[in-house]
Design a protein around this ligand. Structure first.
Ligand code: NAD
Length: 370
């Protein structure tokens, strides 16, 4: 039994602890049925941490997050903390983690499960079988560039300033992640920028092109302007395999791709940092959805995004692709069998609770491995 897989679970607020409970169920199943044990620690983040310690991310929790192989996060936030000072808001805990762990590559898959293809706002034939991976640069660009701010000019009018800035190493490291991932999938990368009107876009295209020629000539590379990409995503999304883009365009395009799949409760994500000397990457896995205060405490939340985030953790932090495939197949089969949480409910299907869905997944895992 391996005991060196260190996980930190930060369930957070709202439905975070509810959906994370079902990830624990899957972790328990893996220990019992696959002889894979994780060294699991727990901590507080977001509003829960603020209530306990007066800060959304304590120094101890941050130190724990830096020391483990992977962090699993539920969700943070809620109306209870609406009036808390900005630096102590639940979201500041999550942003602090991403920043301190230097998680520069945000991986957002847009995967359409056959049973849910009809839930997409696009025609079923356009999205059935869709499997895109968007790699968004997460720690640079216009969200962090200086100078920024709002100033009052001599004539009394105001001026708002944001600065889009990228260095070549920042572009190269995120592009490298995209090329490496493409090799394990469809071997195609779309690099997305606006080199036609932005200097950072010109540099982006140059750096990605050089890296491609030097180290990844076996991977197909296509450059695409971000506006065209937005159009292509809803015109013919299956043309994409891996997409790599900057922080701002990635924010927008990944939300657009997410909606192709039809449900927030199904979408996992991973955020990866650089490799240390031993080849280990800092990593944080979390569902794309928030803390859903409107349904928190009801036991009705969909745990699949969180369970699929754990599958990503197995794939990317522990090189356990086979186990990740197993979990994804279990999700596919349970949906095909007609079970649904409220958010993905369709006529003629059977509605289950959060725990009901988690139980169905482990029962299906039993079947798949039995
Ligand atoms: P949200 O994602 O929490 O909810 C949006 C809608 O989707 C709600 O109707 C909710 O009930 C539903 N929903 C979300 N996840 C679901 C699930 N797993 N199962 C069933 N239904 C689900 O977004 P919001 O309402 O804009 O934000 C609520 C709070 O969450 C805010 O405080 C916000 O800041 C925070 N938030 C946190 C994160 C994060 O932790 N990464 C992300 C987004 C929002």
């Amino acid at each position: 039994m391996s005991v060196n897989k260190k996980l930190l679970i930060l369930a957070g607020d709202g439905i975070g602890p509810e959906v994370m409970g079902e990830v624990r169920r899957v972790i328990g199943w893996m220990a019992a049925k696959r002889s894979v044990s994780f060294d699991v620690d727990e901590g507080l983040v977001g509003g829960a941490a603020y209530d306990a310690h007066g800060t959304a991310l304590s120094d101890e929790t941050l130190a724990d997050a830096m020391a483990v192989d992977a962090v699993l996060l539920g969700a943070v936030g809620g109306p209870k903390w609406d009036n808390v000072a900005r630096e102590h808001r639940p979201e500041a805990g999550l942003l602090g983690l991403r920043k301190e762990m230097d998680l520069y590559a945000n991986l957002r898959p847009a995967l359409v499960f056959d049973a849910l293809a009809e839930a997409s706002s696009l025609k079923t034939e356009l999205v059935r079988g869709l499997d895109i991976l968007i790699v968004r640069e997460l720690t640079g660009g216009v969200y962090f560039g200086e100078p920024r701010g709002i100033e009052t000019l001599a004539d009394g009018t105001k001026r708002g300033i944001d600065t889009q800035v990228y260095t070549s190493p920042e572009i190269e490291r995120v592009a490298r992640v995209a090329f490496e991932l493409a090799r394990k999938r469809g071997n195609k990368v779309h690099s997305v920028e606006k080199a036609n009107v932005m200097e950072t876009g010109v540099l982006w295209r140059e750096v990605v092109g050089k890296l491609h020629a030097a180290d990844y000539a076996d991977v197909t590379l296509e450059n695409m302007y971000a506006d065209n990409c937005a159009m292509q995503l809803v015109r013919n999304p299956k043309q994409f395999d891996v997409m790599v883009t900057d922080n701002l365009f990635g924010d927008i395009l990944s939300d657009c791709a997410a909606m192709l799949t039809g449900s927030l409760g199904m979408l996992p994500s991973a955020s990866l940092g650089g490799e240390d000397e031993s080849g280990r990457r800092k990593a944080l896995y979390e569902p794309v959805h928030g803390s859903a205060p409107d349904i928190a405490g009801e036991g009705s939340a969909n745990p699949l995004a969180c369970i699929l985030s754990f599958a990503m953790c197995l794939r990317y932090s522990f090189d356990m692709g086979e186990d990740a495939d197993l979990i994804e197949t279990a999700v596919q089969n349970v949906l095909a069998g007609g079970l649904r949480t409220g958010d993905i409910m369709q006529d003629g299907k059977a509605r289950v609770s959060t725990t009901g869905m988690g139980e169905a997944i482990t029962m299906e895992l039993d079947k798949l491995t039995g």
